[in-house]
Ligand binder design. Sequence first.
Ligand code: NDP
Length: 309
Amino acid sequence: MSESIKCLIVGSGPAGYTAAIYAARANLAPVVYEGIEPGGQLTTTTEIENFPGYPEGISGTAMMEDLKKQAERFGTQVRFGVVTKLDLSARPFAVEIDGGTTALRAETVIIATGASAKYLGLPSEQKFRGMGVSACATCDGFFYRKKDVAVIGGGDTACEEATYLASLCRQVYLVVRKNYLRASKAMQERVFTTPNIEVIFEHNMREVLGDENGVTGMLLESTAGAERRVDVDGIFLAIGHHPNTELVAGQLELDEQGYIITHQGQTNVAGVFAAGDVQDPRYRQAITAAGSGCMAALECERFLAEHTL
Ligand code: NDP
């Protein structure tokens, strides 16, 4: 007989852990599977300055460790592992972990699988992934100390990564496809006042250049069609994210961008809830993810009170 649990939480970012804190305090004995990136995207952020309650800011890793401890304090079981299959056709839902090494049945599920970095889809980008092409400056920036690097994108992530890299690297090129930055004014200001960041507007990266040792440069094309070659040792993609919905594809209703559609945390399947970036194409903030985790857990608690198996 496989293990039976009341509440399964898939994902361990701010949404997953906040859901766990609320579910545990409601005696739902939640089980969190951490997934492939324990702690979620925030663990790849340097400093979080806009989460209320931290006047001096806090590192993403420290915040996620605290959230995990807080969830465990109330009895959440946090397990290392990846949920590889979910059958949402009937309650209790059948769940497979790590490709079938473990199986369990869950009365309710909260999906908090977050979102992942997007890539441009160039074959050369694929070829040099991990050899100079990265989507996480805070993870890999250290390898490019005193070297030249490029960041692709014009949003807050791109500006944050460019500023961070500028503190380590000799020169940072920020490649932006439009003639303006989409990032907040505060972030733009930081970029424009950092002397070793050069913003290259109205250019797209067409090819990653490199040899057997890794990236050596990039080929850019301007919107007018002119080519420009820039020598760099590392290229950081910061062009947004896509929601991690592979687990529930074909089972839950998604919007046109692929995000799970929720109404007050509930999906279109009774007993299945979603929280955080996987259902939020608009705000995608740690605080909104945490808030939606709370909502999902409260709805889950209400649902279980009304629908005992
Ligand atoms: P965004 O979607 O805001 O920005 C993506 C950027 O990448 C845009 O400049 C976009 O260009 C560009 N882009 C997208 N596709 C391509 C492509 N194929 N080729 C070239 N450029 C491309 O994503 P972010 O990850 O920056 O931010 C996501 C959310 O998280 C936002 O709400 C942001 O405010 C928030 N955030 C907040 C932070 C903070 O407050 N500290 C830090 C980081 C993120 P275009 O403008 O032309 O569409």
